[in-house]
Design a protein around this ligand. Structure first.
Ligand SMILES: Cc1cc2nc3c(=O)[nH]c(=O)nc-3n(C[C@H](O)[C@H](O)[C@H](O)COP(=O)(O)OP(=O)(O)OC[C@H]3O[C@@H](n4cnc5c(N)ncnc54)[C@H](O)[C@@H]3O)c2cc1C
Length: 435
């Protein structure tokens, strides 16, 4: 196979996973361009669902991640009083061969980066290089890049350009120049994290509130002392005139702006307001997504991750689907033996219809719609969820989203369809001891 020159824009979760997966599939000429001058562990908690963990495992990455995360074991939906709407097992507890990981986004990114650097040498990841455009030239492409330190522009030649540059992707803008900024739905997400005592089983996730005020809470790391690193994210309607930047994950904000909205909430002994006010740093992110696209590629320029299909942060699918995209693209390119057009076509046919359906489901609030329904039907609370929901209604909502997000147990428990055989032997799931 002739080695194509591959250029990846963005050293986030999708871009770094793509670099690792491509190498595992036998591609060797890979450069990653990252806008940030320093690839620091930014962000807070994310969840990686079992079908993406299966891919990380096939790439030999799971073992190094396990000590840095919590294997989520259960998910509760509640109202603001802690009345329980629905509980489900998650990950290994739900019968999956691979766990669901609650992990700091920056720690995951750092592990991926380390693997890329180990395999490819430091020359393969170029920090401080902002992609500003991509042009066709002969049989290949030219990527134009701004060096953020010198202010100079550089041109890189590539046979394949992968746009993994997130929700404000420059590569996407080059393919769809008319599109404009990501659309907002009027809600904003406040988030933070703090070390503190464990709650419930120590691997529980809570989603509570209603359609207008919501909090997601889970632990994502544990110290030997038993203390856990709690991640919380709270959604509220945006105050008129607040003017938060769309698509910027790192906007600090005072808890005084929002914590009072959660006064008096009691989620099984956990006070969201107290968590918010005790967190050392709090950030705001307007809830934005992207419109589904009619195509993710033009020529040998192809999108993945948030650049292709940014969604509202619902159902733990942001990082999950980006990881799967990266592995799917590497697999299809390899399957087509380096025929880039055919490989990109197969990737898009595999991934785009599923992600289009998932984007639409997340606009309808995905499985989290149950908290809204409970609040509408029983605003003052309830003793049993059976008093509020029809028999089978909650099961149907949960299983519909499971299908849309391709999380059916039997399918996920098969070996990865994208495993990089024969370049790397696939190890079976290790005995997953509780962390
Ligand atoms: C700083 C940051 C913090 C985040 N924090 C959270 C969080 O707390 N919770 C959560 O659920 N999700 C968070 N996310 C989003 C989450 O990581 C993604 O939704 C998901 O992992 C999909 O990953 P991705 O690689 O497609 O996009 P991202 O993870 O957004 O990665 C995109 C990468 O491309 C780089 N980039 C952007 N533009 C250019 C350009 N023009 N040229 C070169 N590089 C470029 C970015 O700096 C980034 O490293 C965060 C993203 C970022 C960038």
């Amino acid at each position: 196979m002739k080695q194509p020159r591959i250029l990846i824009a963005g050293a986030g979760i999708a871009g770094l996973t793509a670099a690792i997966a491509l190498r595992a599939h036998g591609f060797t000429d890979i450069q990653v361009l990252e806008r940030s001058p320093v690839i620091a562990p930014l962000g807070s908690g994310i969840n990686v669902l079992p079908h993406a963990v299966r891919e990380l495992h096939a790439l030999g990455l799971l073992e190094c991640l396990l000590p840095q995360c919590i294997q989520t074991g259960e998910l509760f939906y509640m109202n603001h009083r802690g009345d329980r709407i629905w509980r489900e097992d998650r990950g290994v507890a739900a019968g999956y061969r691979w766990p669901q990981l609650s992990i700091h986004r920056g720690w995951l990114q750092a592990e991926l980066l380390q693997r890329v650097l180990e395999e490819g040498g430091t020359g393969h990841v170029h920090a401080g290089q902002e992609v500003v455009g991509v042009f066709d030239e002969g049989a290949g492409h030219v990527v134009e890049c701004l060096d953020r330190q010198t202010g100079q522009t550089r041109r890189h030649h590539a046979d394949l350009v992968i746009g993994a540059d997130g929700i404000r992707s420059s590569i996407r803008r080059a393919l769809y120049p008319q599109e404009g900024p990501p659309p907002a739905n009027g809600m904003v997400v406040f988030r933070g994290m703090l070390w503190g005592p464990s709650f419930m089983t120590g691997r529980s996730m809570i989603i509570a509130g209603d359609g207008r005020r919501k909090i997601v809470l889970y632990p994502m790391a544990r110290r030997v002392s038993g203390e856990v690193l709690l991640n919380w994210a709270a959604a509220l309607p945006e105050n008129p005139g607040a003017g938060y930047a769309r698509g910027d994950w790192n906007q600090p904000v005072s808890p005084d702006v929002f914590a009072g909205e959660f006064a008096g909430w009691d989620l099984g002994g956990v006070s969201p307001e107290a968590l918010m006010r005790s967190s050392p740093d709090t950030f705001v992110y307007p809830m934005v997504d992207r419109e589904p696209l009619p195509a993710w590629s033009r020529g040998h320029v192809v999108l993945m991750g948030d650049a292709a299909h940014a969604m509202y942060p619902i159902g733990s699918n942001g990082a999950t689907q980006s990881i799967i995209d990266a592995c799917a693209l590497a697999h299809h390119l390899r399957q087509k033996e380096g025929d880039l057009t055919a490989g990109i076509g197969a990737y898009e046919a595999d991934r785009r219809p599923r992600l289009t359906a998932l984007q639409a489901a997340n606009r309808r609030q995905g499985p989290e719609v149950v908290i809204d329904l409970a609040a509408q039907r029983a605003p003052g609370g309830f003793a049993r969820s059976g008093d509020v929901f029809e028999p089978g209604e909650l099961e149907e909502i949960a299983s519909r989203y499971t299908r849309i997000s391709a999380m059916e147990l039997d399918a996920v428990n098969l070996p990865s369809p994208y495993q990089p055989s024969p370049y790397q032997p696939v190890r079976m799931a290790p005995e997953l001891e509780p962390t």
